[in-house]
Design a protein around this ligand. Structure first.
Ligand code: GLC
Length: 542
């Protein structure tokens, strides 16, 4: 007999908004400045909610807006339940949540469980004495005999993951900057304090949390050295000299994740999105067993993939095959940590990429400005802010180029601010901007809007099955199938024209959308011609 409790939970999960929804990431420093200081803020975001609602997305995710010394631009939090004055006030955030909800938009905040700022009162207390109340809230070890770090673990942002604290004679662990000491999730007081922070935001109406660097939260209990990476070579990020098997993605991470999900469940199962850069076989664990993981462990495969039809087809198939039963997929093209898609594949293929993102099975996350085709900006040396680039220079790891101000119009500061913004604008901001692209029939913005609209209107796209058909040369062809409809997606990854043979008994179909925005309604029979860098969605005939 069916378990009624289980089938009820399944029904809730099957209708959850985030399955058919589209998430839009905002980097708050760079979205809209409202007070003329060159840095974006919450009141600025509020003034742009109508734009976001009209774009057709379902949820906004804000990178951290909490008080922070900004060593890592907000990912070093010194107070988890307030707002940094740069961004506004807690009242502004409440207003943003209410205004977003008023427009049918969900709000997702960033939650950073792995570490705090070194200026957080918890850490100030912890480092004040070995006997302090919060000492064990962080990870302290004696230096190696004769000095030096306790083991060979590396920081993701360069150098050792250990910093010696002269006052108390021990080292503390930090997976990222030394200004971001790692919390000790083995301490139940830390667990309770972090859960209370989640509750604080859920009570304020936040619809979900994006859980930062979640795979780092539990380290090996014995602090064993990490093994050397045999595949390491010069030119790679020095962090990859070792395989972080004992410092990240340990089996015990899942205990912490299950605890987070329990909190989310107490609030009607709010959405948790986990950030973990892992291969599919490792990522699958973050869905949990029997619904105790995060609903969406970020799938970053498209970010690192070679931009070739066969490679993309292979990773889609591998990802689909890796999903545990009942798990819902998701896809990401860009974020605030990696180069923008237009920078990686060029402006023409960025259109194909947008069609791919918005026609695949699974929740898409769209990075602000990608809907305009915003470029990856080369930031001059004297304007670099990113600590990663400063610590590990010259390898192209810097993140500032993907964090430049949103381009709203063709004015001097692109409608983002009235003063020189904190990061430079892209050179082409006078042409690539919301105002210029809005009324333009074939602009990237128009294409993105139409893709979003198509995805919303077609169950085959937002909830249907995925089926691979062909990946050959520059052609990628796949099918999305829902009740009563079959849609074909044909993408040309190259700059030469090609033809795709339409599958199905009749070989007939009708074009619903082309990346060039100009073939809607065109009947196709047998062979579907594709122009260079063109993608089309076809409704298959019967
Ligand atoms: C995540 C964030 C990144 C941050 C790091 C440390 O990877 O996305 O921006 O620097 O965590 O918090």
């Amino acid at each position: 007999m069916a378990n009624p409790a289980k089938s009820c939970a399944d029904t809730v999960a099957a209708t959850a908004w985030w399955r058919t929804g589209i998430i839009y990431q905002i980097y708050p420093r760079s979205f809209q400045d409202s007070n003329g200081d060159g840095v974006g803020d919450l009141p600025g975001i509020i003034t742009r909610l109508d734009y976001l609602a009209a774009l057709g997305i379902d949820a906004i995710w804000l990178s951290p807006v909490y008080p922070s010394p900004m060593a890592d631009f907000g990912y070093d939090i010194s107070d988890h339940t307030d707002v940094h004055p740069l961004f506004g006030t807690l009242a502004d955030l409440d207003r943003l949540i209410a205004c977003a909800h008023g427009r049918g938009l969900k709000v997702i905040l960033d939650f950073v469980p792995n570490h705090t700022s070194h200026e957080h009162p918890w850490f100030l207390n912890a480092r004040s004495a070995r006997t302090s109340a919060r000492r064990d809230w962080y990870i302290w070890r004696d230096p190696a005999p004769g000095g030096g770090p306790p083991n060979n673990w590396l920081s993701e942002f360069g150098g050792s993951a250990w910093t010696f604290d002269a006052a108390t004679g021990q080292c503390y662990h930090h997976a990222f900057l030394k200004e971001q000491p790692d919390l000790n999730w083995r301490n139940p007081e830390v667990v309770a304090a972090m859960h209370a922070i989640m509750e604080f935001w859920f009570r304020r109406g936040v619809d979900g949390l994006r859980v930062d660097a979640v795979f780092h939260v539990m380290k090996d209990a014995d602090f064993r050295d990490n093994p050397v990476n045999p595949a390491f070579h010069e030119g790679m990020d020095p962090y990859h000299r070792l395989l972080p098997v004992h410092s990240a993605d340990t089996a015990e991470v899942q205990i912490v994740v299950a605890g987070l999900r329990q909190v989310a469940k107490r609030f009607g199962d709010r959405l948790l999105i986990g950030e973990a850069y892992l291969p599919f076989d490792r990522l699958a664990a973050y869905f949990g067993r029997a619904g105790d993981g995060v609903q969406l462990p970020f799938n970053f495969a498209l970010i690192g993939a070679p931009w070739r039809a066969e490679a993309i087809a292979g990773l889609i198939t591998a990802y689909e095959a890796s999903l545990p039963k009942g798990a819902w997929p998701n896809w990401v093209l860009s974020n605030h940590d990696r180069p923008r898609i237009a920078g990686r594949v060029g402006p023409d293929q960025a259109r194909v990429a947008a069609m791919l993102l918005l026609t695949l099975r699974g929740t898409p996350t769209l990075y602000y400005g990608d809907e305009l085709g915003m470029a990856q900006v080369t930031v001059p040396r004297d304007r670099i802010h990113d600590p990663y680039e400063k610590n590990v220079p010259g390898l192209g790891l810097g993140r500032d180029g993907a964090r430049t101000p949103m381009q709203w119009d063709g004015s001097r500061f692109a409608g983002f601010s009235t003063v020189e913004p904190w990061l430079p604008l892209a050179d082409d901001a006078t042409e690539v901007n919301v105002k210029a692209e809005k009324g333009e029939a074939s602009s990237m913005l128009t294409l993105t809007r139409r893709l979003i609209d198509l995805r919303r209107r077609h169950g085959a796209l937002n909830a249907g099955d995925y089926g691979p058909i062909l990946a050959e040369g520059n052609l990628l062809l796949f099918v999305r199938e829902g009740p009563g409809e079959t849609l074909l997606v044909a993408l040309n990854f190259g700059d030469e024209p090609l033809s795709a043979a339409l599958p199905g008994a009749s070989g007939r179909g009708e074009i619903l959308l082309s990346t060039c925005c100009d073939r809607e309604g065109e009947a196709v029979h047998g062979l579907l011609p594709l122009r260079p860098n063109e993608g089309v969605v076809v409704a298959a005939g019967t």
